[in-house]
Design a protein around this ligand. Structure first.
Ligand SMILES: CC(C)(COP(=O)(O)OP(=O)(O)OC[C@H]1O[C@@H](n2cnc3c(N)ncnc32)[C@H](O)[C@@H]1OP(=O)(O)O)[C@@H](O)C(=O)NCCC(=O)NCCS
Length: 196
C-alpha cells in the first residue's frame, strides 16, 4: 500500500499564533471570498491581540472544543494557514439551510497563505481538520459556506468529503456544504478497503 507523505500538522491556537492569524486576515487575496466569522467568533481582527486572546479564552471556556481555532503548519513548524469551527446554536439558519434540531453541528472554514495554494495543501489541511474535529468533539455534522465564486474552496471541501446542500443555490453569495460523521465513516472505510 502506498503511504503518502504527511506535509501538514494541525495545532490548537496559542497566544503566540495571533500575529500570524491577524496578518492572514489582513491579506486581501485570502479574504476575497472568505470571512473571519466575526459574529459567531465573538471577536475580530479589529481587536488588539490581548483583547482577542482574552475573548477567545472566555468563549472557549464555555464551548470547549466546540469553539476551536486551529493553526495549520508545515511539518517543519512554519505556520501556513488556519481553520476555525464553532458549534451552531439551535435554530441557526443560513438562507434556507437550517441546523438540524438537537444535533451538534460545527460551522467553519480553512484559509492558507497564497504562496501555498495549488499544491494540494488545502486538501490535506482540510482532511486533517475534519479528522481533528470528529476526533475531538461529539459533533454529528460539519458545515462550510464557500463563496459561489470560489471553486478552489468548493473542490477542497468536496475532496475532504463534503457534499453540496441542494436546497438552495446560494445565500448572500455563499453555498452550503455538509459532511456528516456517518458519511465520513463510510467514505474512510471504503477508501481503506480500496487501498488494502
Ligand atoms: C481554498 C484554499 C484553502 C485552497 O487551497 P489549495 O491549497 O490551493 O487547495 P488544493 O491545492 O488542495 O486544491 C485546490 C483544488 O481546486 C481546484 N481549483 C483551483 N482553482 C480552480 C478554479 N478556478 N476552478 C476550478 N477548480 C479550481 C484545483 O484544481 C484543485 O482541485 P484538483 O486537486 O481536483 O485539481 C485556498 O485557495 C485559500 O486559502 N483561499 C483563500 C481563503 C478561502 O477562500 N477559504 C475558503 C473559505 S470558505
Amino acid at each position: 500500500m502506498a503511504v503518502s507523505k504527511q506535509r501538514l500538522v494541525v495545532t490548537e491556537l496559542r497566544e503566540e499564533d495571533l500575529p500570524f492569524l491577524f496578518e492572514l486576515w489582513h491579506t486581501s487575496e485570502v479574504m476575497r471570498y472568505a470571512d473571519e466569522f466575526p459574529r459567531l467568533r465573538g471577536w475580530s481582527k479589529s481587536d488588539d491581540l490581548r483583547t482577542a486572546w482574552a475573548k477567545y479564552q472566555e468563549k472557549r471556556s464555555t464551548l470547549v472544543k466546540g469553539y476551536t481555532q486551529l493553526i495549520l503548519r508545515l511539518v517543519g513548524g512554519m505556520r501556513i494557514g488556519e481553520s476555525f469551527f464553532i458549534l451552531l446554536p439551535e435554530g441557526y439558519r443560513f438562507g434556507k439551510w437550517e441546523k438540524p434540531e438537537d444535533e451538534l453541528c460545527l460551522m467553519g472554514d480553512i484559509k492558507l497563505k497564497p504562496e501555498y495554494w495549488g499544491q494540494g495543501l488545502g486538501t490535506e489541511g482540510m482532511q486533517k481538520v475534519v479528522e481533528w474535529l470528529l476526533g475531538h468533539t461529539d459533533c454529528c455534522l460539519l458545515v462550510v459556506p464557500p463563496h459561489r465564486k470560489n471553486p478552489a474552496a468548493q473542490r477542497v471541501y468536496e475532496k475532504a468529503g463534503f457534499e453540496l446542500y441542494r436546497g438552495m443555490r446560494s445565500w448572500r453569495n455563499h453555498k452550503v456544504m455538509e459532511l456528516s460523521r456517518e458519511r465520513y465513516k463510510r467514505i474512510t472505510v471504503s477508501a481503506r478497503g480500496r487501498a488494502s
